[in-house]
Design a protein around this ligand. Structure first.
Ligand SMILES: Cc1cc2nc3c(=O)[nH]c(=O)nc-3n(C[C@H](O)[C@H](O)[C@H](O)COP(=O)(O)OP(=O)(O)OC[C@H]3O[C@@H](n4cnc5c(N)ncnc54)[C@H](O)[C@@H]3O)c2cc1C
Length: 527
């Protein structure tokens, strides 16, 4: 048990100052004040655990604020982000970071498509190039549906009602989280074809799980953020190599240059706690310990779960025990080099319906990665989501499956031979927003006053998703540290673009109706 009473010798080497500006609310009481002359000299130590978007965001900001920062990573850098990654138009905070770093890692905006077993189903244009219409008219009019009838498409209109109603508040999450996405689409009258051909596959590549296993709250959040809030939100550009190579490496270098220590192969196993005050005094990595005045944990759901299993300190708190109820999704990524050039019309492609189990994507690396631009043969990468059933297969079996699926999307793949392949299994790599999962998700502040959380599964009211959400929660965690330690400036977090005026009006109207109906006697009686 890594808990120490405040009378133990370890604790005497730590000092806390009393924070009194609680702009970010901690769930436990403030630490005891032991301010003396030494404290003013000593830089406050912040440990940041992880090495993804969330973690680097915290480390970057806190190092710039002059804290004594140490980044602990369980792997050796670069280790994450092996596959191709997309960056959508509303990722304002990430784009601002890229400008600050002075790097140019991205392609131009690219077009996307959706394939089913019948072939090309939908083509998504670059919406920014087309005259801007009030949402959702741009998405409805400019998206090219090749097989889906207008009647099928129009059955999506009633979905606007829950989209307006879901305003990303705690109440809205609680209201919709118990329902599945499939149930939501059924309840609001979507046609079977619209669901099967478009909504289901798009959701499975957005939330990585089949619609009957996705929370309706997460579904509404993601649909609004990527597709419906503004016409150009679905516009995407890609990293021109791996994120590790193009972004993380220069970013980490810049953080290290500013004074952050980066320690590889340090797996967090437990914490040292002052039992009297409940403050974290340091972290444990196997046999080693590191002192800390504040800690940011940004490790992803499955890693946090294994840390909880090894940490008697975390096991003592309900908010952490609840995380054990969350779940993650397995992904399999396949990169193939073909013996000939196949002209792939769109850089990124979503596919569904081939075995009714996984949705998958394929990306044309010749038009995304610098290193394959102009190559005489085709290099592409595919990703299968919710793919536990693929994990035990041999690489060759997975590649045969991929090639047969590709041939059904485009005949040109039929004759192509695979020259080289890399199959990467990514078990438990994506957060599963399953129905009912919201109540187990954690906030940025924890029941430990100086332990903060960041990551794409951490609850935030910012409204963003995926990498942008992970990055934003990293900045939010840094702000909690600044607030707690009463030093430094807060990081500026760019908000998502405001709702369009007609959506704002509809939301206001909806809020009033909800308030009025809440007054009706017995309003709470029925489910
Ligand atoms: C297959 C796949 C494709 C995706 N594609 C996209 C995309 O195209 N666009 C997009 O925006 N988002 C995409 N996402 C989502 C996006 O990658 C995640 O939202 C984002 O990476 C989450 O970042 P994070 O910092 O929260 O966590 P992570 O990236 O999971 O980082 C956690 C880090 O913590 C380290 N760690 C874990 N445990 C410990 C420990 N005990 N001690 C020390 N270190 C530890 C890990 O090594 C890792 O570096 C994709 C996700 C997956 C799985």
């Amino acid at each position: 048990m890594w808990a120490y009473s405040s009378s133990s010798c370890l604790v005497t080497s730590f000092r806390f100052s009393r924070p009194n500006r609680h702009r970010y609310k901690s769930e436990a009481s403030a630490p005891r004040s032991h301010q003396n002359g030494d404290d003013k000299e000593r830089k406050k130590k912040v440990i940041i655990v992880g090495a993804g978007w969330a973690c680097l965001a915290s480390a970057h900001h806190l190092t710039k604020q002059g804290f004594d920062t140490t980044l602990l990573h369980d792997g050796s850098f670069p280790a994450e982000e092996v596959s191709v990654r997309g960056f959508w138009n509303p990722y304002k905070n990430i784009f601002s970071l890229i400008d600050e770093l002075g790097i140019q890692p991205f392609t131009k905006l690219t077009r996307s498509a959706l394939y089913t077993t019948e072939g090309l189903e939908v083509e998504f244009p670059i919406y920014r190039d087309l005259p801007r219409l009030p949402t959702p008219f741009g998405a409805l009019l400019y998206t090219q549906f090749l097989r889906l009838s207008l009647v099928d498409r129009l059955t999506s209109v009633p979905l606007l009602a829950p989209i307006i109603d879901f305003d990303n508040t705690d109440n809205a999450w609680k209201r919709y989280d118990a329902m599945t996405a499939r149930e939501l689409f059924r309840l609001f009258g979507c046609s079977a074809r619209l669901y099967q051909k478009v909504l289901k596959p798009l959701l499975q590549v957005g939330l990585f799980a089949p619609a009957e296993q996705c929370s309706a709250a997460a579904t509404l959040g993601i649909l609004y953020y990527y597709l419906l809030a503004h016409q150009q939100n679905f516009d995407v550009l890609w990293c021109r190599g791996t994120v590790t190579e193009k972004i993380f490496t220069p970013w980490l270098e810049s953080i290290k240059t500013k004074g952050c220590r980066y320690l590889e192969n340090k797996r967090l196993t437990d914490f040292i706690i002052d039992e009297d005050s409940g403050h974290i005094l340091g972290v444990v990595c196997g046999q080693e310990t590191y002192e800390a005045d504040a800690v940011v944990l940004a490790v992803g759901v499955s890693s946090l779960q294994s840390t909880i299993m090894s940490s008697s300190v975390l096991q003592s708190r309900e908010d952490f025990l609840n995380v054990l109820n969350l779940s993650t999704i397995d992904v399999v990524s396949v990169k193939v080099w073909l013996d000939r050039k196949v002209e792939i019309p769109n850089a990124s492609n979503v596919c569904s319906g081939f075995d009714d189990l996984t949705a998958w994507t394929f990306l044309d690396l010749n038009s995304i990665y610098d290193e394959y631009e102009g190559a005489p043969t085709t290099v592409l990468e595919a990703e299968f989501y919710f793919a536990k059933q693929l994990l035990p297969l041999k690489d060759e079996q997975i590649v045969v499956k991929l090639m047969s699926y590709l041939s059904r999307c485009m005949k040109e793949f039929e004759e192509a031979k695979v020259l080289q392949q890399i199959v990467t299994r990514l078990p438990e790599s994506a957060t599963h927003f399953f129905p009912g999962s919201y109540k187990y998700m954690m906030r940025g502040s924890t029941s430990f006053p100086n332990l903060f959380l960041a990551g794409d599964w951490v609850v935030t009211r910012h409204g963003s998703w995926s990498k942008e959400k992970a990055y934003v929660t990293g900045l939010e965690a840094a702000n909690r540290v600044v607030d707690y330690l009463e030093e430094g400036d807060f990081a500026r977090i760019l908000p998502v673009e405001d709702d369009e005026p007609h959506i704002e009006t509809l939301r206001e109207f909806n809020r009033r109706i909800n308030e009025t109906t809440a007054q009706i006697p017995l309003a709470e009686f029925f489910m």
